[in-house]
Design a protein around this ligand. Structure first.
Ligand code: S3P
Length: 184
């Protein structure tokens, strides 16, 4: 039987979770320590569209941005991407198709944090259109409630980033991925 017929496990680590939970930061650390290539879906889309995320939301709207995320995930699956760290935008799980695509790509890790910590981390800049509102904490709590079941259904593991150092997170995720890749 050839590779395609056995549908082999792709050795990617996919980081999902809410804005401000450390996906990009931990993704960079993981890519260095494992010598995997890093893809940040937000950055990839920005450079492909030659627009920032706020500009894409403003000019094309959120649904068009979601289409761009789905297109990119389909391409990563079709290209048989492997040995990559894929840091995703916090809303990528909004589309059921994306959940299936994420799991086809490899080991899916859900990074979570407390709403107050998310608020603190995301209030440092204005590059998240969904949080440019009068009461961002309420929006964070509401979106977290809506999205938690979706993150849960996409993820192989959930890790709380609130009380762990970047080093602890990187080591923990690498170990879990090694175990996962060895048993699938
Ligand atoms: C979004 C999260 C952002 C970015 C966009 C929408 C969301 O990514 O994709 O602003 O819907 O949660 P980060 O999670 O990397 O901030």
């Amino acid at each position: 039987m050839n590779e395609d017929q056995t549908n082999p496990m792709r050795k990617n680590i996919i980081l999902i979770g809410f804005m401000g939970c450390g996906k990009s930061t931990i993704g960079i650390k993981l890519s260095k320590s494992l010598n995997y290539t890093m893809i940040d879906t937000d950055h990839y889309i920005e450079s492909r569209e030659k627009l920032t995320i706020p500009e894409i939301f403003e000019a094309r709207g959120q649904e068009a941005f979601r289409d761009m995320e789905t297109k990119l995930l389909r391409e990563l699956v079709a290209n048989k991407t492997t040995c990559h760290i894929i840091a995703t935008g916090g809303g990528i799980i909004s589309r059921p198709e994306n959940i299936d695509l994420l799991r086809q790509l490899g080991f899916v890790v859900w990074l979570n944090a407390r709403p107050e910590i998310i608020l603190e981390r995301t209030s440092r800049n204005q590059n998240r259109p969904l949080l440019q509102v009068d009461d961002p904490l309420s929006v964070i709590k509401k979106l977290l409630k809506e999205r938690k079941p979706l993150y849960k259904s996409a993820a192989h593991v959930k890790i709380s980033t609130s009380d762990l150092s970047q080093r602890e997170l990187t080591l923990g995720i690498s170990e879990s991925a090694r175990y996962h890749f060895g048993h699938h």
